[in-house]
Design a protein around this ligand. Sequence first.
Ligand code: FEO
Length: 381
Amino acid sequence: MNVTDSILWVGVHDHDIDLFEGQYSVPQGMSYNSYVILDEHPAVLDTVDARFGAEWLEKVSAALNGREPAYLIVQHVEPDHSGSILRFAEKYPRAAVVAAPKAFPMLKAFYGLEPEKKLEVKADTVLDLGKHSLRFVPAPMVHWPEVTLTYDAAEKVLFSADAFGKFGAWDTDAPWEDEARRYYIGIVGKFGAPVQALLKKAAALEIGTICPLHGPILKEDLGKYLALYDTWSAYRPETAGVFIAFTSVYGHTREAAELLAGTLEKAGTPVKLLDLARCDLAEAVAQAFRYDRLVLASTSYNGGVYPRMRQFADELAEHGFQNRKVGMVENGSWGPCAAGTIRARLEGCRNLTWLEPTVTIRSALDETSRTALEQLAEALK
Ligand code: FEO
């Protein structure tokens, strides 16, 4: 597949994978992108997951049409992109490995690879391939410290490493936003400041095409993708509305969550409701980042909070959740303690506005808790 006449996609689609990075559900698979730039000195950008090394090398070989690559550019050492590097080095021993200084110790640690020919790139490095003159954009912590993007001014292409990627193999027909949001918040969400720094550097470049390492090549409406990345990395809400995340053992907390959702919807407030025990937790985290208001409704459990809610609160804290209004509904038959436990786990989150009242249910909804729920609904509108 051609990105342009001289830039070819040589990636692979993975429909065998169950969990990406060992934890993220990817029902539509995953793509590992790789690119060949044909020029006087041909270059290959990144490899692919080791399970696809043979298929990938055949594609690289076909794209090069008998020529030898002069360079392998390693934008990111994470094994979903570097996993086939030894196969490449064996087939093309004369190619120089081009990467950030921090990448080389990682390549040695993962693969024992110490390339004979290497080029350490920094922000002012220019790699002349002939017609294409590549510049490098260090992007530490988007998503690892060695990450370096590549810009080709000749064709206005930004090779963006993990940035602007998504879950889901892109040979399937799926809208970009939902799986790109879940991917971004899950994998890079913690690193908002480095992404903001990258966006500032990208603003100085004339970009016509974005070639990420996952997901489709982006050629149109780039402003939309850049704006979403700005929103996500600045921890701004994307959508006005209330996300209600609940756990329930016998259905009473669910009843309260659904009653609250119904009250808000009647008042015209958009609501998203998810049962944390039955949904993908990464999707719930992404929805919490998406909406400007969050309600956590949970049973008390073992002197704390129901395990799935505890895990969810920890995930929010770990991903840098901030700048949101938060309401709480707790249930406890003899010692309600869910709300206090949740709040303690979110203590490190910046700029959370805790809404009053916290609703306490004693086993099942009664007049007192129904009234409190109505008051919380008012505070959420
Ligand atoms: Fe797609 Fe951070 O690797």
